[in-house]
Design a protein. Structure first.
Length: 348
């Protein structure tokens, strides 16, 4: 699999700029609203969400959220997180592009905004020995994290391109049975499925623990090998009412990216400790090191690839043609980047 380096520039921790106006609990945001007592952040126990896990574990969000409590909640796949965002159970979440698109379109462009990128790459199709090509998959059973999630759309798009059918009920030339990544690993090891399209570190774990082989590296399907697998999104209402608090989270996000670039070995240990806390299991150090090198951690949301992904979802029948104007709100990110002397990200 293609190994990429973090393209976040020199974000030395020593250059952290503390937000003005965030030191007094209950102070008003610029919009005139009182600052919230808490902010509720969602993420998944996946390597592609590592910046959020590292930032929480190291207290990097808290360094900027003076007087605002951080509450976190974990999810197994994007549609579940979108439901929580819609209901107001969470305010922000790290999430893949396809659930982001679905949430934006279902709410007619009103419910959420993309604030920043989190990760690129680190996903693909792992299969059992004996499957050497797409032709060998006819009659096979494959797993994805959830129907309509980012990896599910990627698998269905690839199968369509190979001339293989897979419907949403588990029928077709290839049967797709969505299940949580941990369950997919267990099913693969037990021989109950023939493969899975999953993100890291599950991709590496299926290879190492399940004696699998990488049939499709998703990075090879994209120009320059870069494609968004995780973004940071926010409820539109929360952004409008509490812009300072949102910007504080972005400060912590960039701090995490800086730390992960400067000390990958230390960041891997922190991530693994957090994964063990959340799931009860650690990733073997050698597996984690290999998986880490397959993911690019970046603040760039790579919007062009999200738009392409939307087209893929339309093509496989999981999404109607959509208008994505207004999906991105990158001004808060660009303000933080400018404060750090870094180049901003262009609106799509």
């Amino acid at each position: 699999m293609r190994t990429t380096s973090a393209r976040i520039g020199v974000l030395a921790i020593a250059t952290i700029t503390v937000l003005s106006g965030c030191s007094d609990p209950g102070a008003a945001d610029p919009g005139g609203q009182d600052r919230p007592e808490e902010i509720r952040l969602g993420y998944f126990p996946n390597l592609t969400h590592a910046p959020a896990l590292v930032a929480e574990a190291e207290g990097l969000y808290d360094e900027h959220l003076d007087g605002v409590d951080l509450r976190t909640q974990t999810f197994s796949a994007g549609p579940e997180a979108i439901e929580a965002l819609f209901s107001g159970a969470i305010d922000m979440t790290v999430i893949g592009p396809n659930p982001t698109i679905n949430g934006f379109t279902q709410s007619q462009g009103k419910a959420l905004k993309v604030l920043a990128g989190v990760a690129s790459g680190g996903a693909g199709l792992v299969v059992r020995p004996g499957i050497d090509s797409a032709e060998d998959l006819e009659g096979a059973t494959l797993a994805t994290p959830q129907l309509g999630n980012t990896q599910d759309v990627a698998l269905r798009t690839w199968l369509e391109g190979e001339g293989l059918t897979a419907d949403t009920e588990g029928g077709g030339d290839v049967s797709i049975k969505p299940q949580e990544n941990s369950a997919a690993l267990q099913s693969f090891v037990a021989g109950n499925i023939d493969g899975a399209w999953v993100p890291e570190p599950w991709l590496t774990r299926l290879i190492e623990e399940g004696d699998g082989r990488l049939l499709v590296d998703e990075g090879e399907l994209w120009p320059d090998g870069r494609f968004v697998v995780a973004n940071l999104v926010v409820r539109t209402e929360f952004l409008e009412e509490h812009p300072d608090t949102v910007q504080a989270v972005l400060e912590g996000h960039l701090d995490a990216l800086a730390f992960m670039e400067e000390d990958p070995e230390g960041a891997q240990k922190i991530f693994n400790d957090k994964i063990e806390e959340l799931t009860g299991q650690r990733v073997k150090d050698e597996y984690l090191e290999a998986a880490w090198g397959n993911v690019e951690f970046t603040f760039d949301p790579l919007p062009e690839t999200l738009v392409t992904g939307a087209g893929h979802a339309v093509s496989v029948g999981l999404l109607e043609k959509v208008e994505l104007e207004g999906l991105y709100a990158l001004d808060p990110l660009n303000t933080v980047l400018e404060d750090r002397g870094l180049t901003g990200v262009k609106e799509p």
